[in-house]
Design a protein around this ligand. Structure first.
Ligand SMILES: *Cc1c(COP(=O)(O)O)cnc(C)c1O
Length: 354
């Protein structure tokens, strides 16, 4: 790189000069003709997975590039979004010096990873509509504030953040703005991908764990400007996405209609649940959701959580989160599972009214 970009100025010193480990599959990866592979000390006997996986997951990235309208150079895949988020800390934050900003109530992993990486952590609460307070965030950031974490649709609240507020933050924040879009497929807006071209500091995180139905294979996607991706590639483990995961993801991505159908069904069920829950006295508020879950405020979250458990239903008590007193987060299940939930809550509501 001839010029010093602001991205390179944000990179951790130890990473800036780092040469990544070159694996056998990095050095030779031509698949256009059959070769005798004696370069990686693998077993020659076929087990289906006796070869190391592609360290750059090219088949997967080609398919994703076509579907998402981004280039392969703008993508990095990881062992769940958890790994991708951790890589961002390790590439862009200097331990014991830099800080990141999160906006509670939000996904707990941002804070955990800040702690694990010995990176400072500033919390600027979301406003009463669970939207970012742009001025407060920008006022709180300083020369060593490296990453701002947003989550849209937000977990645990379910709402989408206004794209215009996100853009204001991306434009005003001197560091990476990471938007975790784990639930974006369930929302009405997926417009931020197009902004990747405009902003060198915008980073989008997606996961295969929710809409794609692949939580068990551990696969996460980071989309950003190619320079950000190059730094992440420098520090990632060579074979961070295993062969079985790559194969399974390819299978699911090649049938996008199936995923669309699942998402549409869950959206319809979300609507049905919202309407049914509105009729219950013990439910005091249903927060608007663009995700595959509902956050509801009940009369007594601890009690209702326990009663649901007794009825064989596990919800998540989010009451300890900021502005989430007496709330339960309930994932949208199959129609049958949602019926079970409604039956249980209706039963509890009857005794509640006595
Ligand atoms: C579920 C979820 C994820 C998924 O993480 P994986 O490691 O990819 O399974 C990421 N971010 C948020 C906000 C989530 O709720």
């Amino acid at each position: 790189m001839s010029t010093t970009t602001r991205i390179s100025q944000w990179v951790r010193t130890s990473v800036k000069g780092l040469k990544p480990y070159a694996s056998a599959r990095d050095e030779f990866s031509d698949t256009s003709r059959p070769m005798v592979l004696l370069d990686a000390n693998e077993s020659p006997f076929e087990t289906g997975v006796n070869r190391y996986p592609d360290p750059q997951q090219r088949a997967l990235k080609t398919l994703l590039a076509g579907q998402l309208g981004v280039s392969e150079a703008q993508m990095l895949l990881g062992n769940g979004s958890d790994e991708v988020l951790d890589l961002l800390f390790r590439a862009f934050c200097e331990p014991y010096r830099d800080t990141v900003i999160t906006l509670p109530p939000t996904f707990g992993m941002f804070k955990v990873l800040a702690g694990v990486n010995a990176v400072g952590h500033i919390e600027i609460p979301l406003d009463h509509n669970f939207q970012p307070d742009v001025k407060a965030v920008l006022d709180a950031s300083g020369p060593n504030t490296r990453i701002l974490f947003l989550c849209s649709p937000n977990n645990p609240t379910g709402n989408l953040m206004h794209p215009d507020r996100i853009r204001e933050l991306v434009e005003g924040f001197s560091g990476l703005v990471v938007v975790d879009e784990a639930y974006v497929q369930f929302s009405a807006s997926q417009e931020l991908v197009a902004d990747l071209k405009r902003y060198d500091n915008l980073v989008l995180i997606r996961t295969f764990s929710k809409a794609f139905g692949l939580a068990g294979i551990r696969l996460g996607l980071c989309m950003a400007n190619p320079e950000v991706i190059r730094y992440l590639n420098r520090i990632k483990m060579p074979y961070n996405v295993n062969e079985l995961t790559q194969q399974r993801a390819l299978q699911v991505l090649s049938d996008p209609e199936r995923v669309d159908r699942d998402v549409a069904l869950l959206q319809a069920e979300r609507q049905r649940l919202q309407e049914a829950l509105r009729g219950l006295t013990l439910v005091q508020h249903i927060f608007p959701s663009e995700a595959n879950f509902l956050l509801i405020r009940v009369d007594d979250a601890t009690r209702r959580y326990t009663e649901l458990l007794e009825a064989g239903i596990v919800a998540r008590n989010r009451s300890s989160e900021l502005q989430c007193e007496n709330t339960l987060r309930i994932t949208i299940g199959t129609p049958e599972e949602n019926d079970r939930l409604l039956e249980a809550l209706t039963q509890l509501d009857k005794t509640h009214l006595l």
